[in-house]
Design a protein around this ligand. Structure first.
Ligand SMILES: *[C@@H]1O[C@H](CO)[C@@H](O)[C@H](O)[C@H]1NC(C)=O
Ligand SMILES: *[C@@H]1O[C@H](CO)[C@@H](O)[C@H](O)[C@H]1NC(C)=O
Ligand SMILES: *[C@@H]1O[C@H](CO)[C@@H](O)[C@H](O)[C@H]1NC(C)=O
Ligand SMILES: *[C@@H]1O[C@H](CO)[C@@H](O)[C@H](O)[C@H]1NC(C)=O
Length: 417
């Protein structure tokens, strides 16, 4: 006779007890979560329902939930710009377009008007009072640098000239604007990929034989310098867009003789960076006391056919905004995939990262680029001079100008989330 499985009774017995076991385990898990250091972060898991009246850090009011601030249009405003170029002593090439010969000023006068509400007016004293004893930090590439300078220009006029300054640290990687009387800083950290890369030197983009190289899971290399910031604004996009693949160093250092390098699809490499970012934010930022933003991709107007313009044209000599019939820059599939990656990874974050979706509103602004009105680092050739389209900068933006609106959106999401 076959022996009955010896445990049949025990199985029955265990089956009977199993619910208790799970209840107790669940209770232990719940208590661990509740009392762990991270508990407040857990309470902000995306699936946790936001309690009524619960506030994000720095909120002074609530957004009109029926209004989508991203659906809107650019309207002419006589009360713009919010500051004059010459009024903001911290600006330099490539932002000071007027200083470098731009004579039209229409691009400074447009205001973003959502369809069913208005963005709150930027209030410099509210911004600085909020930053009293605190640090705001922008991290990313040169587009984020423009948002940083825009923020400084927006707040600096209420600070007397002997109580504000900019200094540099860590070989120029970090710029610190200090408002002395507020004990506040607004900082910018250059990390075009957020990750450690061989193109991170802010003054000499030395790349070397192996080409542009990022190091896998290396966000802490730069991230260690971001710790302690109260408001963070990240952005990274353009540096990734150099081809379908990107080289990733799997370990070791960029100087190693024999490097273990993998070529990865750009989208997957970007996903790795976003996962790193979400990990860093959850590890280092307190969701009760701090806020984190991510500015979406800034459009490039290199190709005038995209808005129904001349086949050989770009942003050069563009003084009008794109019209609403669709004659403006549109994201490529690659751009869209990257945007999707951001959304997918941020949704997994316990810490609520606020996405500043500036892409669509900026796509109308072919008029607002630096174009040829900047300091030229290399001597222009006769061909360049004969055809300025060849050296127009259709990536960066003039200040005052479009990045001020990015900060108005930031202001709205910070104080009226
Ligand atoms: C950004 O905003 C535009 C316009 O509202 C929208 O079409 C697009 O889907 C948004 N992108 C993301 C990633 O949310
Ligand atoms: C700007 O903010 C300050 C400080 O919070 C406040 O006293 C002032 O009323 C605000 N100004 C406007 C125009 O809302
Ligand atoms: C100044 O701000 C820093 C944070 O940036 C803070 O650690 C420090 O305690 C503040 N000092 C004073 C005197 O408030
Ligand atoms: C700039 O554009 C205007 C039309 O908007 C055109 O008349 C003019 O010739 C253009 N200038 C140059 C230098 O291309």
């Amino acid at each position: 006779m076959e022996a009955a499985p010896p445990s049949s009774a025990a199985v029955l017995h265990k089956g009977f007890r199993l619910p208790y076991f799970f209840t107790i385990m669940a209770l232990i898990l719940f208590m661990t979560i509740l009392y762990s250091e991270d508990s407040r972060a857990y309470l902000r898991m995306p699936w946790a329902t936001k309690k009524k009246g619960e506030k994000l850090a720095f909120a002074v009011g609530e957004a009109d939930s029926s209004c989508d601030v991203l659906s809107g249009r650019w309207v002419w405003d006589d009360h713009r710009p919010l500051y004059e170029e010459a009024e903001c002593p911290f600006l330099y090439s490539p932002m000071v377009c007027q200083l470098y010969g731009r004579t039209d000023t229409d691009y400074q006068h447009w205001r973003w008007q959502p369809n069913t509400c208005s963005l709150p007016s930027f209030n410099a004293s509210l911004m600085l009072e909020t930053l009293r004893g605190k640090r705001m930090m922008f991290v990313g590439d040169s587009l984020n640098l423009a948002q940083f300078y825009s923020m400084i220009c927006l707040v600096q006029k209420i600070i007397p000239s002997n109580a504000k300054s900019i200094t540099r640290k860590f070989n120029g990687l970090l710029r610190v604007f200090r408002a002395k009387d507020f004990n506040a800083t607004i900082e910018y950290y250059w990390a075009p990929f957020l990750l450690d890369s061989n193109s991170d030197n802010p003054t000499a983009y030395k790349i070397g034989k192996s080409g542009k190289l990022l190091r896998k899971d290396s966000i802490s290399t730069h991230g260690d310098h971001w710790k302690g910031a109260d408001i963070m604004v990240f952005s990274t996009y353009l540096w990734w867009m150099t081809g379908p693949k990107i080289k990733i160093l799997q370990g070791g250092t960029f100087d190693d003789e024999n490097k273990d390098i993998a070529e990865v699809a750009t989208e997957e490499a970007y996903r790795m960076a976003m996962k790193n970012l979400v990990w860093w934010v959850n590890k280092n930022m307190d969701p009760i006391k701090t806020r984190v933003f991510f500015t979406s991709m800034s459009p490039v107007h290199k190709n005038a056919v995209e808005w129904g313009g001349d086949e050989k044209g770009n942003c050069y000599n563009q003084t009008m905004i794109g019209d609403e019939k669709g004659n403006y820059w549109k994201p490529t599939d690659c751009d869209k995939n990257v945007m999707k990656v951001i959304g997918e990874e941020f949704r997994k974050s316990r810490y609520p990262i606020t996405f500043l979706n500036i892409t669509h509103m900026s796509s109308y602004r072919k008029d607002a680029h630096t174009s040829i009105f900047k300091r030229q680092w290399f001597p222009l050739t006769p061909e360049n001079l004969a055809n300025p389209v060849t050296y127009a900068d259709c990536i960066h933006w003039c200040l005052p100008g479009l990045p001020d609106t990015w900060n108005e959106l930031l202001f709205a999401k910070l104080f009226y989330p």
